[in-house]
Design a protein around this ligand. Structure first.
Ligand code: GLU
Length: 313
């Protein structure tokens, strides 16, 4: 599935169709696009639609429309994760067969109740190891308990230090054993993203820094599957005046809303460029106009405040 690129650089846009794209997502996608297009690489698109309950009907097509409206393009056909479930299952099964993952029947509530430590950021409490070494296989766990079992990856190190190409050196806390295949048999995000980035030949991942704490887990999966990890660049989230991630409470910053209010794509991209240190306040630009001036060094490392956009129809 990997596509040839003159430079060998392969990036991707990986929207989750769980809601409408807003200015924060759009800024991340613009930076991912600029990083690859400014260096003549290949940019793929993958729809990450495996987060069952959160996926919204029509959101995948809406995300593609919004990206195109912004002037962001990609190479080849979009890859859709829900069409690749067998690949994830094979990888999870191989990790279990190699003794790297084990069957776990704990519910989320049990894990939370058993964890002594307070929640460790976005990644939830560290798994206390209840089912480690308890069952010989997924089938054995189900037979013994009458419960559906997940597959959990065995983490034997406290940290996987790594260097993020945007944020610099990271301590890389791993946070304990983590689920790679859910109790309903579907893949966990951590596994699907690694299987896909490797299968698609992705060499650079640009994404929001709320996924920085997931990266050590993904690096463990790359190593366990014998795959080479990409370069990671985690960019700061766009926040509102209260310092919290841009969300509905900060007003409607969805591209859909701005677009129906008659705001021009060039005004939105110009604003995102301003938030990224790549253009003047109130400037107008389309993505292609930003290519010549794009440098990662110009992009601010702190969270950027994006609720004062002044964009109106
Ligand atoms: N689909 C994820 C999101 O929209 C991005 C995952 C990734 O880039 O690894 O937040």
């Amino acid at each position: 599935m990997a596509m040839a690129s003159g430079t060998g650089l392969v990036g991707r846009l990986a929207p989750s169709p769980t809601g409408a794209l807003h200015l924060g997502n759009a800024r991340t996608f613009l930076l991912a696009w600029l990083s690859v297009r400014s260096r003549g690489g290949t940019l793929l698109l993958r729809l990450e639609d495996i987060d069952g309950p959160r996926v919204k009907a029509g959101a995948a097509q809406a995300a593609l429309d919004d990206l195109q409206w912004l002037g962001l393009d990609w190479d080849g056909e979009p890859v859709v994760q829900s069409a690749r479930l067998e690949r994830y299952r094979q990888a999870a099964t191989a990790l279990a067969a190699a003794g790297r993952a084990y069957a776990c029947v704990c519910s989320r509530r049990e894990v939370e109740a058993a964890a002594s430590a307070p929640h460790a950021g976005d990644e939830g409490p560290a798994y206390p190891g209840t089912c480690r070494g308890r069952f010989a296989s997924l089938a054995a766990a189900q037979a013994a308990t009458g419960r559906e079992a997940a597959l959990r990856f065995r983490v034997d190190v406290d940290a996987v230090p790594f260097v993020d190409a945007f944020c610099g050196p990271q301590a890389g806390a791993t946070g304990g054993d983590f689920v790679i295949q859910k109790r309903d048999g579907g893949p966990a995000y951590q596994l699907a993203v690694v299987v896909d980035d490797a299968a698609q030949g992705v060499t650079e991942v640009v994404r929001a820094d709320d996924l920085l704490p997931s990266t050590p887990r993904q690096l463990l999966l790359y190593a366990a599957l014998g795959l080479a990890p990409p370069t990671f660049r985690h960019v700061p989230l766009v926040v509102g005046g209260d310092g919290r991630r841009l969300a509905k409470r900060h007003g409607d910053t969805t591209l859909r809303h701005l677009r129906t209010a008659g705001v021009a794509a060039a005004a939105v991209v110009g604003y995102l460029a301003f938030l990224s240190g790549l253009g003047p306040a109130s400037g107008r630009a389309m993505p292609g106009d930003l290519l010549a001036g794009f440098r990662w060094e110009r992009v601010p490392r702190q969270p950027v405040r994006g609720d004062q956009h002044g964009l109106s129809g």
